[in-house]
Design a protein around this ligand. Structure first.
Ligand code: PEP
Ligand code: MG
Length: 559
């Protein structure tokens, strides 16, 4: 008999294979006084820290992409001056280099965990740096990936970016971690590389080497010792996904020919080429803040113009929806909102923060309209739409739309991420040219569950009928007023939910480009009438799990 353990699935893949566990961490170094003098121990630490930092940078350069940013951030962590002075204090008190590093990093780790959220999820990165430095000091190999000699499902407490970055994708069939949440680096990198992954599966701590498992990211479940029948079904699903990925790329449409433009969510212009290759028909969400997350100062107009021009040039003749800077909570930007807030998700964020710094918003709109003009001057223009994040009122809508018009932006809209905007969508859409529903935040605010917090991840489910109801209200308002209503949250990347969203009145879907193939293939199986019927079934459910089941049942006859 098989058993299952729950976790948070990343993406929609399914994979099977034997477990190989990550090597256990090094034991804590002995807590005994040093036999060397302080200067000698200090020199040892400095050498080891520098060597580890350079090695991380090296790995980053080899891996490239998001992994490079993460590894460079980790190298900076290793050489953080505050951490260095924590180590020095311990060395001065007579500790060995190994013990000083162990204790100093552990105290920093505890601070990060206490802060929680995004910073809390960096704890694994810090642990990894500590292990590498201690291994170097002890002259032993840093704990790393297993090498069982055959493809395997990698099981770990949590993965450090240094390990995830260089995973051999011919060997690693799937990832399972017992810790880490949906925004841990394991999750971010797994998403980027399209690796089947489940994080935060606490019971995975008991999995042992060679045990066969099915990792079902779509269901967020690891099946231990699966039956032949379960293995066969999982394999069929994996094959169907592979077939969808290699199917010819066509414009997004339902079975009855209803067009459903399939767009890409991007964080920087470098992602454009891959998005186009995967069949993106434009950009449904360009997250401008990702260009500036590490900046201490507001980006200049020239810097922004350069990025936007590159983006728009890659999508000539196509729609590109750019979002004004969305700072706060999960996307902190020091230059927009650095005041301490007890509840940053409910604070001065999104459009509120931009209004409090209107010069920054004006500069961004200037850069966007200049980039638009520059692209138009050199050939076919892109179709630029600009929207404001975290809009909560009709008054905020008119404020943003009027300001955007001042800068010659022809199509100005708002994101519907706060329940108030969905509930008043008929009034919001009288003023805005379009709405784009951010289901990540809309779910967070509807269910009152922090999207960054692993402990409430169960609430962060866009299948919840309350969330679907708000989407339905917005879709209806869009239809009545003849205004487009797109979806740009993670929900659009779940193929069956994508069908439901169209049934609720969404007119386009935007997602991580790696999700386009699955969604494209699934939409083609249902007519608009089917989609409405499946949506009705989900809406009538009591909770997210039953909405998913009801939609599956309603979708089944035509599958
Ligand atoms: C959302 O909230 O769904 C969204 C698309 O915006 P972000 O994830 O960047 O907050
Ligand atoms: Mg959002």
């Amino acid at each position: 008999m098989s058993t299952t353990i729950p976790g948070v699935g990343i993406g929609l893949g399914v994979a099977q294979g034997p477990v190989a566990r990550m090597a256990a961490p090094l034991p804590a170094p002995a807590d005994e006084p040093s036999m060397l003098d302080v200067a000698a121990e200090t020199a040892r630490v400095r050498e080891a820290v520098a060597a580890v930092a350079r090695e991380l940078e090296q790995r980053g350069a080899t891996a490239g992409g998001a992994a490079q940013d993460v590894l460079e951030a980790q190298a900076m962590m290793a050489e953080d001056p505050a951490l260095e002075s924590e180590v020095d204090t311990r060395l001065a008190a007579g500790a060995t280099a190994e013990r000083a590093v162990h204790d100093a990093f552990a105290s920093f780790r505890d601070t990060l965990v206490a802060v929680g959220g995004y910073l809390g999820e960096r704890a694994a990165d810090l642990d990894d740096v500590a292990q590498r430095v201690i291994a170097r000091l002890q002259g032993v190999a840093a704990p790393g990936l297993p090498e069982p000699g055959h493809p395997y499902v990698l099981v770990a407490t949590d993965l450090a970016p240094a390990d995830t970055a260089l995973l051999d994708l011919d060997q690693v069939l799937a990832l399972v971690t017992s810790e880490g949440g949906p925004t841990s680096h394991t999750a971010i990198l797994a998403r980027e590389k399209g690796i089947v992954a489940i994080v935060g599966a606490a019971a995975a701590a008991d999995l042992v080497d060679d045990q066969v498992v099915i990792v079902d990211a779509a269901a967020g479940v690891v099946t231990i010792d699966p039956t032949e029948e379960e293995l066969r079904r999982a394999q069929n699903r994996a094959d169907a996904r592979a077939a969808a990925a290699s199917a010819p790329i066509t414009a997004g449409a339902l079975a009855d020919g209803t067009a459903v433009p399939l767009l890409a969510n991007l964080g920087n212009p470098e992602g454009a080429a891959e998005a186009v290759a995967l069949g993106a028909e434009g950009v449904g969400l360009f997250r401008t803040e990702f260009l500036f997350l590490s900046s201490a100062n507001a980006p200049t107009v020239a810097q922004q113009r350069e990025s936007y021009t590159r983006l728009l040039s890659a999508f000539r003749g196509k729609k590109v929806v750019v979002r004004a800077l969305d700072a706060g909570a999960d996307k902190p930007l020091a230059f927009l909102n650095d005041a301490h807030e007890e509840n940053p998700a409910l604070g001065l964020r999104g459009l509120r923060a931009l209004r409090a710094n209107e010069d920054i918003l004006r500069e961004q709109l200037t850069a966007l309209s200049e980039a638009d003009a520059a692209v138009a001057a050199s050939g076919e223009p892109a179709n630029l739409w600009v929207m404001a994040p975290m809009v909560a009122t009709v008054e905020e809508t008119t404020y943003f739309v009027e300001l955007a018009r001042e800068f010659g932006i022809k199509t100005a809209g708002v994101m519907v991420e706060v329940p108030s905007s969905a509930l008043l969508a008929d009034r919001v859409l009288k003023h805005a040219d379009f709405a784009s529903i951010g289901t990540n935040d809309l779910t967070q605010y509807t269910l009152a569950a922090d999207r960054l917090l692993g402990s409430v991840a169960g609430f962060q489910d866009p299948w919840h009928p309350a969330v679907l109801g708000l989407i339905g209200i917005t879709g209806r308002a869009g239809k009545e007023l003849g205004k487009p209503v797109g979806i740009c949250g993670e929900a659009a990347a779940d193929p069956l939910l994508a069908v439901v969203l169209i049934g609720l009145g969404a007119t386009s879907l935007s997602m991580a480009p790696t999700a386009l193939a699955d969604v494209r293939a699934t939409l083609l199986k249902y007519s608009l009438e089917d989609a409405r019927r499946i949506a009705e079934a989900a809406l009538a459910a009591d909770d997210a799990a039953s909405a998913r089941d009801a939609a599956r049942a309603a979708a089944a006859p035509t599958q």
